[in-house]
Design a protein around this ligand. Structure first.
Ligand code: NAD
Length: 441
């Protein structure tokens, strides 16, 4: 099938390449010339495992192309919208400028029977507002939220755990046109459908809410365990043992119960804030009032990591060499949007520490936004001479591959702050380090 993907960032570039990899003919369109030039040459403009391979394969097969020219969308049967929906400047709500611009830019190139499939994460009610504009062209709007995890984006796109299609509906049931749209999406995702991936057909509002409620739940789970870490810190309890113990209950589960410096990235923080703002507009602010707490707990953990460093270094980090292991908001990604790791690094720098940051993928992005920090590619070089080491992104490079006995030969001060509770505390202590975890004695 011929497809277009409008917006070629972390979501859209992967979506375009993944759709080409399952046999579709795809054009990716973005306003960012630098990104399009790179993608057109078959160079992934950001780090995402597996993307480079499917990009190269797609370009050489002739099924995948990229352009800044929106008219290239003409002739595609389904047009995916994957542009950004960042937090508004000066507010909590989502900024829909890019979604509106993408849809308006696409309208002249739509044909009777086309589908416009929104993938961006939007406040509930957005699709209903856009549907009329799309319908005037003879095309139909559907909302097809995306659940990919950065670091696993290719796998999650090709082989998702569920697919959700918000289609035109009446009285809670898809209209005839809605059923047709669902069938077109089944054809798009034919490989996943063949594997019996759950395919949920619903109305616009439910589809939009599935996405934001999933992220609200995940954020709540992380902040829940971080709240337990705060209690553990004043009682001498160990939050990791607590998480293991409650995680054995199948109703709770161990995933997303890793206490640490909390969540960040281009999705969870802005999505829970946008959800709060939208609920307020709907007169239901109190229904998700807990999300404000979820956000506040999350941000407090960054303060806690900084406080641990200050205390461990004797009350001040001024002029101390602090090595920060990690810059990306999570491992297997170069994404630094709202990264707790960089936030901690920047705060320590603000307190006068001589901060050296290393990260396997995100140095270039981090340097662009925070040029005031020192960046070192080589992990061992970064550790050399450190008065304290702080782990802020749980990359395997230090979680699994760094021998504390080796680290001990490089550093000046044997202090390690495990902001992700991902190190083997016993091994680090055995190597002579003063080990500080989050919510652990
Ligand atoms: P991103 O910033 O990486 O990419 C957005 C892209 O849209 C940019 O390349 C930008 O240049 C482009 N763009 C903006 N306006 C445009 C226009 N008018 N026409 C064409 N292109 C335009 O953002 P992202 O992380 O890919 O997120 C995109 C959307 O997907 C957001 O709503 C996000 O919440 C959602 N989402 C993201 C993820 C994720 O893991 N990144 C997962 C699920 C959902």
């Amino acid at each position: 099938m011929r497809l277009s993907v409008i917006g070629c960032g972390y979501l859209g570039a992967v979506h375009a390449a993944a759709m080409a990899s399952i046999g579709h003919e795809v054009v990716g369109i973005d306003v960012d010339e630098r990104k399009i030039t790179s993608l057109s040459k078959g160079d992934a403009p950001f780090f995402e495992p597996g993307l480079q391979e499917i990009l190269t394969e797609g370009i050489s097969s002739g099924r995948l192309s990229f352009t800044t020219d929106m008219s290239a969308a003409q002739g595609a049967k389904v047009h995916f919208i994957g542009v950004g929906t960042p937090q508004q400047a000066g507010g909590y709500a989502a900024d829909l400028t890019y979604v509106n611009a993408a849809v308006d830019g696409l309208l002249p190139y739509l044909s009777e029977g086309d589908l416009v499939a929104g993938k961006s994460t939007v406040p509930v009610g957005t699709a209903a507002n856009l549907a009329g504009r799309v319908a005037e062209t003879g095309a139909t709007l559907v909302w097809n939220p995306e659940f990919l995890r950065e670091g696993w984006a290719v796998q999650d796109t090709v082989d998702p755990d569920r697919l959700v299609a918000g289609v035109p509906s009446e009285d809670g049931h898809p209209t005839t046109e809605g059923e047709r749209c669902a069938d077109v999406l089944r054809e798009v995702y034919h490989t996943a459908i063949a594997k019996d991936t759950p395919f949920i057909v619903t109305d616009y509002a439910t589809a939009e809410l599935v996405k934001v409620s999933a992220n609200a739940f995940l954020a709540t789970k992380i902040s829940f365990i971080n709240a337990m870490a705060e209690i553990a810190e004043v009682t001498g309890a160990d939050v990791t043992t607590l998480a293991d113990a409650i995680g054995h209950d199948a109703r709770i589960g161990r995933k997303f119960l890793g206490a640490g410096i909390g969540f960040g990235g281009g999705c969870l923080p802005k999505d829970i804030r946008a959800f709060s703002a939208r609920a307020e507009e709907l007169g239901k602010g109190e229904s998700v009032a807990f999300l404000r707490e979820v956000d506040a707990i999350n941000l407090r953990r960054r303060d806690r990591a900084v406080d641990l460093a200050v205390t461990a270094l004797g009350g001040t980090v001024y002029n101390k060499n602090v090595t920060v292991l990690g810059a990306a908001f999570k491992p297997h990604s170069d994404d630094i949007r709202d990264s707790p790791a960089l936030d901690v690094a920047v705060r320590l720098h603000g307190l006068g520490a001589k901060v050296t940051v290393t990260d396997p993928a995100a140095i270039e992005n981090a340097r662009r936004i925070h040029p005031q920090l020192d960046y070192v590619e080589d992990r061992d070089q970064a550790l050399t001479g450190a008065d304290a080491v702080i782990v802020v992104t749980e990359w395997d490079e230090w979680r699994r591959d760094l021998d504390p006995a080796h680290a001990a030969t490089l550093v000046t001060g044997k202090i390690v702050i495990d902001g992700r509770n991902c190190l083997d505390a016993t091994a680090w202590r055995s190597a002579g380090f003063e080990y500080h975890g989050m919510g652990r004695p």
